[in-house]
Ligand binder design. Structure first.
Ligand code: SF4
Ligand code: SF4
Length: 148
């Protein structure tokens, strides 16, 4: 007990090691990896980011008419940067922001409906693939023979 009190007393005269964030400004370390940012105009919708994402924090919804919709879950993201590394257009279509207040910018409600989105995206692709197959012209061998 006495030893602990001496230690506590000594600590009163040591410099403070913690930062009063967010009241006090912090500097970001080199290689800081923030939230994932996406630019739908620069994106070529190749799906590479979705394929490499370990926790499945990126999803693409496939529209019937051909366009895709990007979805990102900042609550699921582990900020590994794999998606940016896989992207053929890093810094243009996909990049990691340098925002410091990640919890403050996470969208409300994204996580709650994520599993519904997962299912919807999967179904949208299956439906698109099936429709595409249907539209494919029949192979020559499948065409009926013409008898004159
Ligand atoms: S940083 Fe990692 S976890 Fe987050 S979206 Fe990219 S690949 Fe997925
Ligand atoms: S990897 Fe890049 S270009 Fe491809 S879909 Fe993802 S953000 Fe778009």
């Amino acid at each position: 007990m006495f030893k602990a009190m001496v230690e506590a007393f000594k600590n009163l005269f040591k410099p403070v090691r913690t930062i009063n964030y967010p009241a006090q400004e912090i500097s970001l370390p080199n290689g800081y990896r923030g939230l994932i940012e996406h630019d739908h105009e620069a994106c070529i919708y190749c799906d590479k980011c979705e394929k490499v994402c370990p926790p499945g924090a990126i999803l693409f919804y496939q529209h019937e008419e051909g366009g895709k919709e990007y979805h990102y879950n900042p609550w699921l993201c582990i900020y590994c940067g794999e998606c940016v590394r896989a992207c053929p257009k890093p810094d243009e279509a996909l990049w990691q922001s340098e925002t410091k207040q990640q919890s403050g910018v996470k969208e409300d409600g994204v996580n709650e409906g994520w599993f519904v989105w997962e299912e919807a995206c999967k179904e949208s692709r299956e439906a698109y693939a099936a429709a595409k197959k249907e539209r494919k012209p029949k192979m020559k061998s499948e065409e009926p023979l013409c008898v004159s």
